[in-house]
Ligand binder design. Structure first.
Ligand code: UDP
Length: 239
C-alpha cells in the first residue's frame, strides 16, 4: 500500500440543515455523512480533515446587512461552525471513527486549539480532524479557511461538497439555463474570468496560487462522498 492520500473536505453548514423540517441540524444527514466518511476511512488509505461551515446557523453578512458590526457578526458565524463540528464529531464517534475537533478560536474546555503539527499527527494516527471556527479571522469564509488549512497540512486535494442540487461546475446556472453543461475539468482561470460561483473567489485564487486542486461534487446524493473520497471521477475537477 502506498502513502495515504491526505484530503480536506469542505462541508457547508447548510448541507447539515434539514430541508424537510425546520431543524438547524438534521441528525439523519449528519449520520449519513459520518457513515460515508467512516466506511471510506476503514477501506482506503486516506487521511481526512473536514472544514465545517456555519451557514445553517449564522452568516456574518446577514448581521452586517442589518447594521451589526461586521467583525462581531462574523465571530457569531465562527461560533456557529463549532456547534456543527461537535454534531459531526458525535456522529463520527458513534461510527467508531476517532475524531478531533480543532478550533481556530481558543475554547479549551470544548475542543483543542488548532496547531498545525498536532493536526498532522492526528491524521497520521487515523483520526478525522474537524476544523472549527474557520481560520479565526472575521471577513473570511470557511471556503477560504478550508483552502488555507489544506495548503498548510499539504493536502493533495480540496473536496468541495455542494448541496444545492448542482453536481459540479457548469457553463451557466443549470437551475436557470437548461442548456448549461457540466465540465469534467476546468482551470482556476476560467472559474475566475467567467465568474463561475462554485466557491468564494478568495478561496479559488488561493488554491490557484498554491496549486491546490479542488473537486466540486454533490455531497447530498447518497454515496457521492464515498465516491469522492475513493478518487472516483465525479463532479468537476478544478486545477
Ligand atoms: N467566518 C469568519 N471567518 C472564518 C470562517 C467563517 O468570519 O474564517 C464566519 C463568516 O461570518 C461566515 C460564517 O462564519 O459567514 C459561517 O461560515 P460560512 O459562511 O463559510 O459557512 P457555509 O456557507 O460553508 O455554511
Amino acid at each position: 500500500m502506498g502513502e495515504p492520500r491526505r484530503l480536506v473536505l469542505k462541508m457547508s453548514g447548510e448541507a447539515l440543515a434539514s430541508s424537510a423540517s425546520d431543524e438547524t441540524i438534521d441528525a439523519a444527514v449528519v449520520e449519513r455523512i459520518a457513515g460515508e466518511i467512516a466506511v471510506a476511512l476503514g477501506e482506503l488509505p486516506l487521511q481526512l480533515a473536514v472544514m465545517i461551515g456555519g451557514g445553517n446557523i449564522w452568516r456574518g453578512t446577514t448581521g452586517a446587512g442589518a447594521g451589526m458590526d461586521r467583525a462581531t457578526s462574523d465571530t457569531m458565524g465562527m461560533l456557529g461552525t463549532v456547534i456543527n463540528a461537535l454534531a459531526l464529531q458525535d456522529a463520527l464517534e458513534h461510527k467508531n471513527q476517532p475524531t478531533r475537533v480543532c478550533t481556530a478560536v481558543h475554547m479549551a474546555e470544548v475542543a483543542e486549539p488548532y496547531i498545525r503539527r498536532r493536526t498532522i499527527r492526528h491524521l497520521e494516527k487515523g483520526r478525522v480532524v474537524i476544523f472549527a471556527a474557520g481560520m479565526g479571522n472575521p471577513y473570511f469564509t470557511t471556503d477560504t479557511s478550508a483552502a488555507l488549512r489544506a495548503a498548510e497540512i499539504e493536502a493533495e486535494l480540496l473536496l468541495k461538497g455542494t448541496h444545492g442540487g448542482v453536481d459540479g461546475v457548469y457553463s451557466a446556472d443549470p437551475r436557470l439555463d437548461a442548456s448549461a453543461t457540466r465540465y469534467d475539468e476546468i482551470s482556476f482561470m476560467d472559474i475566475v474570468s467567467r465568474d463561475l460561483r462554485v466557491m468564494d473567489l478568495t478561496a479559488v485564487t488561493f488554491c490557484k496560487d498554491n496549486n491546490l486542486p479542488i473537486l466540486v461534487f454533490d455531497v447530498m446524493a447518497p454515496g457521492n462522498l464515498h465516491r469522492a473520497l475513493a478518487g472516483e471521477q465525479i463532479g468537476t475537477l478544478v486545477r
